[in-house]
Design a protein around this ligand. Structure first.
Ligand code: GLN
Length: 501
C-alpha cells in the first residue's frame, strides 16, 4: 500500500468505503506524519488528544452500516480561529492563550457530524491579520516548498499542513485572501465561498462584513467535498444565506469529465494583472490563458476600474470593523488578564491586558480603525471606503454580464522569504491586491495551482471568481482547468510537494 498521506481525501474516502483501510490507520498515518515534520514546519498550534478515538468511533459506525458523509473517517486540520470545545482556541494571539471555548463553531459541529476526524488547530496570523503567518504570537510556519519562505497568511498553518501531507484537507477563513493566498503560495487549492454561504458562528470575528470560512485541499474535488460538508444555512449567523446549495462535488466531477472549456467565457481583470505582478507570475498567467483558449474557452479583457482602490478601501473597512470586534477582549470575559501593580482601576487592567495581549499588527489596526470611525473622520474615511466598495461590487456585476468566470493571478508574487516584509506593513498589505476585491464584492473565489514559477521554482496560483451564489461554477471550471494543467505538465503539482527535511 502506498503511503496513505499521499492520497487525496477522495481516494481515502473510496478506500474506506471499500474496506481497504480503516480510519484509525489513516488517522495514525497523519499523526505520524505531523510528528515527523511539524518541528520543522510549525503548522500546528494544538493537536487533538482524541483523534484516534474519534477515528475508531467512525470505523465502528461504518461497521454497523452508518456512514454520515463521503468524508466520514477522513482527517481534517482546523484553523485556530474556529472555536473547538476539545482544543485550545487562540486565534494566534497571546490574549487567548489557553482559552478553551464553551461551544463548537457550527463548521466544527458539521465536520464532526460528517464523521471527520479533527487532527489539530493550525497556526495563523494573530486574529487573521496578515499575509505570512509571521504575526502569530506563537511560532513561525514554514512553506513546505522552501522552508526559508512564508506559507502565506493568515491561514499559513492550514495551507502548509495540506501541502506537506500533514492533513488531507483543512479549514481556513478568508477576510481578504487568507485561504486563497496561502493556497497559492503552497500549491494547494483554496476556496472562499460566497459571503454568507458558510456559517461564521463560533468563528472569532475579524471584519464581519468580509469574513468567510472555506476549504483548503490538494484537489478541486477534495475542496468541493469539504465545501459540501460545511455550507448551509445557520440560524446562529444572521448573515447566513437561507437557500440550499447545489452539490459542489457534483460540479467538480462534471468539470473533471468535460472534454474542454468550450462555451465558458473567461474574463481577465485588467486591473489585477498590471502593476505589482511579478514577471514570472505574469508568464504563468499568460500561459494559463493560452491553455484556456487552446481548449475552447473564450477569453476577454474586463475593465474593473475601481479594483485599483480596493486595497485602500479594505485597509479602512477591515481595521474599522476589527477595532470594534476586538473590543470584547477586555480582560473580563476571555483569556489573559494583566493586573498592574499598585491600586489599578478597571481601565488600568484593561489597558495593561490589551497592551501585553495584542501584538504590533493588531494594535496598528485597532488604532487605524478607531481613528477611521471617530466622529469627524467617519464620513471621510469609513464612509468613502464603503462607497468604493459599492463601486467595486458594481464593476463585478457588470463584468458578470459579459463573462461566466473572472480570472487573475491569485497573488502578485510567489511565496516571499520569511522576514522580508515584516518591517514594512504597507508592502505586506499591497500583496493582497488580487484577493481583496473578491471579499469586498462578496463573491466566491478559488485558487488553483497553475505551475511553478520559472525563476524560483515555487507554485503560482490562478484565481477564479464567479458571481455570488455561483460557487459551483468555480468548482466546475476549476476541475476542468486542474485536469488541463495536469495533462500539460505531466503531473499534478498539488499532489507532489517536495519532501520536507
Ligand atoms: N492579508 C489580509 C489581511 O491582512 C487577509 C486577512 C484575512 O483574510 N484574514 O487583512
Amino acid at each position: 500500500m502506498s503511503d496513505i498521506t499521499s492520497w487525496s481525501a477522495h481516494q481515502i474516502s473510496t478506500a474506506l468505503a471499500a474496506g481497504e483501510v480503516s480510519s484509525v490507520e489513516v488517522t495514525k498515518a497523519y499523526l505520524d506524519r505531523i510528528d515527523a515534520t511539524d518541528a520543522v514546519l510549525g503548522s500546528f498550534l494544538a493537536r487533538s488528544s482524541n483523534a484516534l478515538e474519534v477515528a475508531k468511533a467512525s470505523d465502528d459506525a461504518r461497521a454497523s452500516g452508518i456512514v454520515s458523509s463521503p468524508l466520514a473517517g477522513v482527517p481534517v486540520a482546523i484553523k485556530d480561529v474556529l472555536c473547538t470545545t476539545d482544543m485550545v482556541t487562540t486565534a494566534g494571539s497571546r490574549i487567548l492563550e489557553g482559552w478553551v471555548p464553551p461551544y463548537d463553531a457550527t463548521v466544527v459541529s458539521k465536520l464532526r457530524a460528517a464523521g471527520m476526524v479533527a487532527l489539530g488547530k493550525t497556526n495563523m496570523d494573530e486574529f487573521a491579520m496578515g499575509s505570512s503567518t509571521e504575526h502569530s504570537a506563537y511560532q513561525v510556519t514554514k512553506n513546505p516548498w522552501d522552508t526559508t519562505r512564508a506559507p502565506g497568511g493568515s491561514g499559513g498553518g492550514s495551507a502548509a499542513a495540506v501541502a506537506a501531507r500533514q492533513a488531507p484537507v483543512a479549514i481556513g477563513s478568508d477576510t481578504g485572501g487568507s485561504i486563497r493566498q496561502p493556497a497559492a503560495f503552497t500549491g494547494s487549492v483554496g476556496v472562499k465561498p460566497t459571503y454568507g454561504g458558510v456559517s461564521r458562528y463560533g468563528v472569532i470575528a475579524l471584519a464581519s462584513s468580509l469574513d468567510q470560512v472555506g476549504p483548503v485541499a490538494r484537489t478541486v474535488h477534495d475542496a468541493a467535498l469539504v465545501h459540501d460538508v460545511i455550507a448551509g444555512y445557520d440560524s446562529h449567523d444572521s448573515t447566513s444565506i437561507p437557500t440550499p446549495w447545489p452539490s459542489m462535488s457534483d460540479a467538480a466531477e462534471t468539470g473533471a469529465r468535460a472534454d474542454d472549456l468550450s462555451g465558458v467565457r473567461f474574463g481577465v481583470v485588467k486591473q489585477l494583472i498590471g502593476e505589482g505582478i511579478s514577471a514570472s507570475v505574469r508568464q504563468r498567467f499568460d500561459e494559463a490563458i493560452e491553455l484556456i483558449t487552446s481548449n475552447g474557452g473564450e477569453v476577454v479583457e474586463i475593465d474593473a476600474p475601481h479594483c485599483e482602490y480596493a486595497v485602500a478601501a479594505y485597509y479602512l473597512i477591515l481595521p474599522a470593523e476589527a477595532s470594534s470586534n476586538l473590543a470584547k477582549f477586555d480582560s473580563v470575559r476571555f483569556g489573559l488578564r494583566v493586573t498592574p501593580e499598585g491600586n489599578p482601576t478597571v481601565e488600568d487592567v484593561m489597558a495593561a491586558t490589551r497592551d501585553q495581549g495584542f501584538g504590533d499588527e493588531v494594535k496598528r489596526r485597532i488604532i487605524l480603525g478607531t481613528y477611521a470611525l471617530s466622529a469627524g473622520y467617519y464620513d471621510a474615511y469609513y464612509g468613502s471606503a464603503q462607497k468604493v466598495r459599492t463601486l467595486i461590487q458594481r464593476d463585478f456585476a457588470q463584468a458578470f454580464e459579459k463573462v461566466d468566470v473572472l480570472i487573475s493571478p491569485c497573488a502578485p508574487t510567489t511565496a516571499f522569504p520569511l522576514g522580508s516584509k515584516l518591517e514594512d506593513p504597507l508592502a505586506m498589505w499591497a500583496g493582497d491586491l488580487t484577493t481583496i476585491p473578491v471579499n469586498l464584492a462578496g463573491i466566491p473565489g478559488m485558487s488553483i495551482p497553475m505551475g511553478l514559477a520559472p525563476d524560483d521554482g515555487l507554485p503560482v496560483g490562478l484565481q477564479l471568481m464567479a458571481p455570488a451564489y455561483q460557487d459551483a461554477r468555480l468548482y466546475e471550471a476549476g476541475a476542468t482547468l486542474e485536469r488541463l494543467f495536469t495533462q500539460r505538465d505531466g503531473t499534478m503539482l498539488s499532489m507532489n510537494t517536495p519532501e520536507v527535511n
